[in-house]
Design a protein around this ligand. Structure first.
Ligand code: IMP
Length: 196
């Protein structure tokens, strides 16, 4: 029965994400890590859009390892900053920056600006021989003037989702995972896999 399973590689070294996705797939799929296919090289991520990077990562594995693959990419898009940090979210304040540096730069650039609408956007790209398809998850929200909360990671302490009165960093992991951009994209992706 194993040969009936569809093998899918997840092009990420993030174990947490890997386990989260494995838990959402039914037993028709077997999820492989990069290590499982012997890929230890750095996967190129040189595009200037979030979807471009997700597609590039998934396509790289399909082309070089001849196996279907999916990859994700996420960015925080702040309207008053014309969509920044966007595709540069992980290295907004420079190549060696950390989450604190990135948040400081966002808060400095926004200053006292009162129009603080923003969204987290995740794109998952699935690359197969038959073609490439993408899935999106978006959470709309607001950038705070000050950090609030200590949970989560990245920009969580300064992002408050619409309709709630706490930042992502003030939520438990379960609360955040139930509504996050990544969870929405992941649900669209796994629903698609189950439907075909
Ligand atoms: P990645 O594509 O998932 O690696 O995300 C790129 C960058 O976006 C991360 O380094 C974080 O700075 C930011 N980011 C992604 N997801 C989240 C989130 O759920 N909360 C806060 N920041 C995030």
């Amino acid at each position: 029965m194993d040969q009936k399973k569809t093998q899918l590689v997840f092009a990420s070294n993030n174990k947490h994400k890997f386990n989260e996705i494995a838990g959402m797939l039914d037993d028709r799929f077997s999820l492989l890590s990069l290590a499982d296919i012997g890929c230890f090289t750095e996967i190129p991520e040189t595009q200037n859009t979030i979807e471009g990077n997700a597609i590039q990562k998934a396509q790289f594995i399909l082309d070089n390892y001849n196996t279907p693959c999916f990859a994700d990419d996420t960015g925080l898009e702040i309207e008053a900053l014309h969509g920044e940090p966007g595709v540069f979210s992980s290295r907004y304040a420079g190549e060696k920056c950390d989450f604190e540096d990135n948040m400081n730069l966002v808060l400095a650039k926004l200053g006292q600006e009162t129009y603080r609408n923003a969204r987290f956007r995740t794109v998952i790209a699935l690359a197969e021989k038959s073609g490439t398809i993408t899935f999106e998850g978006i959470v709309e929200g607001t950038i705070m003037f000050f950090r609030k909360g200590t949970g989560g990671f990245g920009y969580d302490p300064i992002f408050k989702p619409d309709g709630l009165d706490k930042t992502f960093a003030e939520m438990t992991m379960e609360e955040k995972n139930a509504i996050s951009h990544r969870a929405i994209a992941l649900k669209a992706f796994t629903d698609y896999l189950k439907s075909r």
